[in-house]
Design a protein around this ligand. Structure first.
Ligand code: 1CP
Length: 354
């Protein structure tokens, strides 16, 4: 339990202040998937190194996590890893294929399949502890103290890869299990909740200042199904680190219909997808939680003045929230020009809040 002591420069960073709903000197900004993807310096260090291999190498994790912080001066670093890394670490046979994503060799369909997945302990991921510790030390000296965000995948989204065997559009097998084999579904969700909670705990114990739970594909279910089959397990993950006091961000794509429920799962800050007007998102989330988001990630391909005009609208709308962390409404698109993200960061930092 290593939350930054209150009053410390780190604890006073714009990112952590906004996450707690406190006044900020400028709107804090970071970008989902800012590490990796579009950066030439990332592509260079990844040459000849597989994705999972790089996620298990503390030196590479540290370097890749720091790259966007150096380049953009963003207000937070996101730990370089993947939502399926903890599964790999406990021995699930999977790979992350370039241009595809996570691919699971033997899709999970039965209680026996679930029972064969071990629980995660810190001993499975020593490279995570080492990388987080190094990063927290390095980031303390960056821009007066830059927080590190740890992350994990939420049970529904991780389950979708395990059950489908890879990326999916309809989540048909996942939802077939959810509706048709509730005992298998519960066992699987309980297993992933335990693994994701342990993965977050390792990162927080090593010094991460905040966490984000990615339920990227939760928007595939309606409100009633979310309440019955998804939310209890995400709530379990979020509450498991509640006592550490680190802010918890919860995000899903296409989650406009679920924003209040994702907040109720136990988030301090709810990430808003770019399809939702931020003002509407704030209404749905309510006054007790902060918001993160939500510029359309394709706006970086527009002329700079169009992008910044839209960013200004997002910042203005964000003022109505209990706290606003500027971000894109989903991850950085791989073909993004890093210079546009640099301009966007500078614009958000310079935008007057008085
Ligand atoms: O800034 C960062 O990039 C931090 C590291 C990070 C994060 C936070 C990676 C590295 N992945 C993630 C989270 C993640 N992984 C999510 C949630 C965020 C989101 O919605 O974008 C999801 C759904 C995944 C699964 C995943 N891993 C996909 C999506 C596949 C699909 O279903 O469409 C993909 C393409 C990956 C591979 C991956 N993860 C990360 C990188 C840099 C890559 C590319 C792999 C490569 O370079 O070979």
């Amino acid at each position: 339990m290593t939350t930054a002591p209150s009053g410390s420069p780190l604890s006073n960073s714009a990112f952590l202040r906004a996450a707690r709903g406190e006044a900020v000197p400028h709107t804090p900004v970071w970008f989902m998937r800012q590490a990796g993807r579009s950066l030439p310096e990332y592509l260079k260090v990844r040459e000849g190194v597989g994705m999972l291999e790089s996620c298990m190498n503390a030196e590479l994790i540290t370097e890749i996590t720091l790259q966007p912080v150096r380049r953009y001066g963003v207000d937070a670093a996101i730990f370089f890893s993947d939502i399926v890394l903890p599964l790999k670490a406990v021995g699930v046979d999977l790979d992350i294929k370039p241009g595809v994503g996570p691919v699971v060799a033997h899709p999970v369909r039965t209680l026996e399949d679930v029972a064969a997945i071990p629980d995660l302990t810190a001993e499975h991921v020593p490279f995570i502890t080492e990388a987080v510790r190094t990063l927290v030390g390095e980031l303390a000296g960056v821009n007066g103290g830059t927080p590190l965000i740890g992350f994990a995948g939420a049970p529904f989204t991780v389950a979708s890869y395990l059950v489908e065997g890879g990326p999916s559009k309809e989540y048909a097998n996942t939802k077939a299990m959810m509706y048709g084999a509730p005992e298998v579904w519960e066992a699987l969700m309980a297993k992933i909740a335990s693994i994701s909670a342990a993965f977050l705990r390792v990162q927080v114990d090593a010094g991460a200042s905040a966490v984000q739970l990615f339920d990227s594909w939760a928007g595939a279910v309606n409100r009633d199904d979310y309440l019955q089959y998804v939310q209890p397990w995400s709530a379990q993950v979020l509450s498991s680190i509640g006592e550490t006091g680190v802010p918890r961000i919860h995000f899903g794509v296409n989650s406009g219909e679920l924003l209040d429920l994702m907040g109720d799962a136990g988030a301090d800050v709810v990430g808003v997808d770019w399809r939702v007007r931020l003002a509407d998102g704030i209404q749905r989330i309510g006054p007790d939680r902060g918001v993160q988001g939500n510029l359309d990630p394709t706006l970086v391909f527009a002329p700079t003045e169009v992008m910044t005009a839209r960013a200004a609208e997002v910042i203005e709308a964000g003022r109505a929230a209990r706290g606003h962390i500027f971000n894109l409404g989903h991850g950085v698109i791989p073909s993004t020009n890093p210079d546009q993200l640099a301009r966007l960061t500078d614009f958000v930092h310079a935008y007057p809040l008085d």
